[in-house]
Write a protein that binds this ligand. Structure first.
Ligand code: CMP
Length: 184
């Protein structure tokens, strides 16, 4: 099994709150190796290209939002004007672009045994209010999808982590040239 690499982005809320050092420490402490890192203020075009625009992605993002609303007892139609998963997915993407370009982010490539899975475990589930203690999202945020919708934004959840080896390969090459990734 080759050693894996994964992409992590410390999102604008993490940077603004001065959590860069603490969050990096968590990955280092677990034994992951930082093999590339930079601070970037993404343009709307970059954010738009980074997140997929396929019907499948919209549907999946919208369906997740619907599930979260169901658990929280929120009516999507009265809150966002639609309960169509694809339309909701498009709404998420639009708001995600606003979020990801609202300030600088820190992009890094982490390397280690089963890095994709390990990083997702350390980061925790999407919605911070239900993320377990001990995870980054559970320990540093109490945000939730219903509050986010009320404030016309996506959930601020501090960190992006690739969700598969295939996505990691695409996402790493999106932010880093091969010569910016070091072997040491
Ligand atoms: P992430 O999983 O890194 O990438 C997709 C982002 O969309 C996610 O973080 C959140 O910021 C946002 N998002 C996903 N699902 C929801 C939701 N149910 N409500 C609000 N924002 C969401």
């Amino acid at each position: 099994m080759p050693i894996e690499r994964t992409l992590v982005l410390l999102k604008p809320d993490a940077v603004r709150r001065g959590l860069i050092g603490e969050l990096i420490s968590r990955f280092e402490r677990a034994g992951l190796k930082i093999v590339a890192m930079k601070m970037v203020w993404a343009t709307p075009q970059q954010a738009e290209r980074f997140y997929p625009s396929s019907e499948e992605w919209f549907k999946s993002a919208g369906s997740k939002l619907l599930r979260a609303y169901q658990e929280l007892g929120v009516d999507p139609k009265s809150r966002l004007g639609t309960d169509d998963p694809v339309e909701l997915g498009k709404y998420i993407k639009k708001k995600l672009i606003e979020y990801m370009t609202s300030g600088p982010i820190v992009a890094m490539v982490l390397e280690g045994n089963r890095a994709v899975e390990v990083v997702r475990k350390l980061v925790g589930p999407t919605a911070p209010h239900s993320a377990p203690p001990g995870t980054i999202r559970g320990d540093y945020s109490i945000d939730s999808p219903d509050l986010a919708a009320e404030e016309g934004r996506v959930v601020f959840n501090l960190v992006h982590a690739s969700d598969s080896r295939e996505e990691a390969a695409r996402e790493i090459s999106f932010w880093f040239k091969p010569e910016e990734i070091y072997s040491y």
